[in-house]
Design a protein around this ligand. Structure first.
Ligand SMILES: Nc1ncnc2c1ncn2[C@@H]1O[C@H](COP(=O)(O)OP(=O)(O)O)[C@@H](O)[C@H]1O
Ligand SMILES: [Mg+2]
Length: 377
C-alpha cells in the first residue's frame, strides 16, 4: 500500500520594514500593522524590521509588536536589538549587530512599508538589490522617478500623458520671489501651487493666490528640497486609480478624494478626521473612468514601475480636462487607505492583495535572476 506523501512546505519569511526617516513615519506604522495582520500565518512568517527616526534598524518580536489593540499602529521599540542588512547578495541575510543576539537569517521577500524619503524613493530598493532580497513594488529606477515630481512629469509628458503646466525653481539659482512672480504672470497667472520636488503627504505644499504670497510659499517648499515646482493652480476634482501587476498591469476602479479643506493638505490628510471623504467609485461617465484607467496603466509603464502604484489625477472642474498629478509607488496601505479600498471595490480583498503583491515581487526577482551580469564572448 502506498503511504500518503505529506509535503511540509516551508513558510515564506516575509520581512516587513516599517517606520523610517520620513515625514510619513506614522502612516507607515499603521500601514505595516494592517499588512502584518493580513499575512496568512499558515504560509508566511513575518519578520518585523522597524526603522526609528534616526534611521537605525531594530528587529522586533512579532508577537510583542502586535500585542497592542487590533488596528493600532505597530509599536516601534528603539530598544529592540539593532539589525543591519548585509549586502552579501548570496544569502539574503540580515545580521544583528549584537553578538549575543541570534542572527535573523534569510528573508524570502521584503515588503518595504515605507512612504516618502528613504522608502519610496529608490534608496531602500537599492539596499535590497545589493542584499539580493526580492521586494514588493518598483525597483530603484521606478521608485526614484516616481518620487521626483519634476522627473516624473517629464517622463509622463514624453509618453504623451497630460500633466499640469508649471516650471521648476532651484535653490542655487537664488531667484527672488518677485522674479518668480513675474514668470508666473507671464506663463499662466494666479493662483499657483508651490511644492518641493521630492516630498509627500502635502508637506511643504502651499497655494499662493497672488504675488505677495509667493515668498512664503517658496520658503516653505525650499525647507524640504533644493528643487521646487510652481504649478498653475486649477480648481480640481481629485481622482485616484490603483494599478497592480508587473509586465501586464491592471487598473482598478476609480476613486475620488473629496477634501473638506481648501485643498488636500497635510491637515486634511492626517490631522482632521473629517478632512476628506473617499468616494468609491467616483461619479464619472464610463468614458471618463475608462480614460483614467488607460492613462494609469500608461503612466505605470512610462515610469518603469512594477508591483503597485496609485496614480493621482486632477480633473479641472470647469474645463473637465484631466491631468496626472503624481504617481505614488508605495501608497498608503492601511485597511482604510484608498489603494486597498479601490482593489476591494474591484473584487480583490485586502489579504488577497497582500498575497498578490508578494507573488509579484517573487515573479520579478525570478525574471531578473536569469539575467547575465557579465559579458562572456
Ligand atoms: N496644480 C494644482 N492645482 C490644484 N491643486 C493642487 C495642485 N497641486 C497640488 N494641489 C493640491 O495639493 C495637494 C498635494 O499636492 P501633491 O502634488 O499631490 O503633493 P503630495 O505628494 O504631497 O501629495 C493635492 O492633493 C491637491 O489638493
Ligand atoms: Mg498627492
Amino acid at each position: 500500500m502506498l503511504t500518503p506523501v505529506v509535503t511540509m512546505e516551508r513558510k515564506l519569511r516575509v520581512g516587513v520594514i516599517f517606520g523610517g526617516r520620513s515625514g510619513e513615519h506614522e502612516i507607515s506604522l499603521l500601514s505595516a500593522r494592517s499588512i502584518v495582520d493580513a499575512l496568512d500565518r499558515e504560509r508566511y512568517e513575518p519578520v518585523l524590521l522597524g526603522i526609528d527616526r534616526a534611521g537605525r534598524w531594530h528587529l522586533h518580536d512579532a508577537a510583542q509588536a502586535l500585542l497592542a489593540t487590533p488596528g493600532a499602529p505597530l509599536h516601534l521599540d528603539p530598544t529592540a536589538p539593532p539589525v543591519v542588512v548585509s549586502p552579501g547578495g548570496e544569502g539574503s541575510s540580515l545580521v544583528t549587530t549584537q553578538d549575543a543576539a541570534p542572527a535573523v537569517g534569510s528573508l524570502d521577500v521584503v515588503f518595504p512599508v515605507l512612504h516618502g524619503t528613504y522608502g519610496e524613493d529608490g534608496t531602500i530598493q537599492g539596499l535590497l538589490e545589493m542584499a539580493g532580497v526580492p521586494y514588493v513594488g518598483s525597483g530603484v529606477l521606478g521608485s526614484a522617478a516616481g518620487m521626483d515630481k519634476d522627473v516624473a512629469k517629464r517622463l509622463l509628458r514624453s509618453a504623451g500623458l497630460p500633466v499640469v503646466e508649471g516650471f521648476v525653481v532651484r535653490a542655487h539659482q537664488g531667484r527672488s520671489a518677485d522674479e518668480v512672480a513675474r514668470e508666473v504672470e507671464s506663463r499662466f497667472g494666479w493662483p499657483v501651487f508651490v511644492k518641493p520636488a521630492n516630498m509627500g503627504s502635502s508637506v511643504g505644499v502651499s497655494k499662493a493666490r497672488k504675488a505677495d504670497e509667493l515668498a512664503a510659499a517658496l520658503a516653505n517648499a525650499f525647507r524640504y528640497d533644493t528643487k521646487v515646482l510652481i504649478e498653475r493652480g486649477h480648481a480640481v476634482r481629485e481622482l485616484e486609480c490603483a494599478v497592480l501587476g508587473n509586465d501586464a498591469p491592471r487598473a482598478s476602479v476609480v476613486g475620488e478624494i473629496v477634501p473638506t479643506h481648501e485643498f488636500y493638505s497635510y491637515t486634511a490628510k492626517y490631522l482632521d478626521e473629517g478632512g476628506a471623504h473617499l468616494r468609491i467609485p467616483a461619479i464619472l461617465t464610463p468614458g471618463q473612468s475608462e480614460e483614467i484607467r488607460r492613462m494609469s496603466v500608461e503612466a505605470f509603464a512610462a515610469l518603469e514601475l512594477s508591483g503597485l502604484a496609485r496614480v493621482d489625477f486632477f480633473m479641472d472642474k470647469i474645463a473637465g480636462s484631466l491631468f496626472i498629478n503624481e504617481v505614488n509607488t508605495l501608497p498608503g496601505f492601511t485597511s482604510i487607505s484608498m489603494y486597498p479600498k479601490l482593489w476591494e471595490a474591484a473584487g480583490v480583498p485586502y489579504a488577497a492583495l497582500v498575497d498578490k503583491l508578494i507573488g509579484l515581487a517573487l515573479e520579478r526577482a525570478a525574471q531578473r535572476r536569469g539575467l547575465s551580469t557579465s559579458f562572456a564572448p
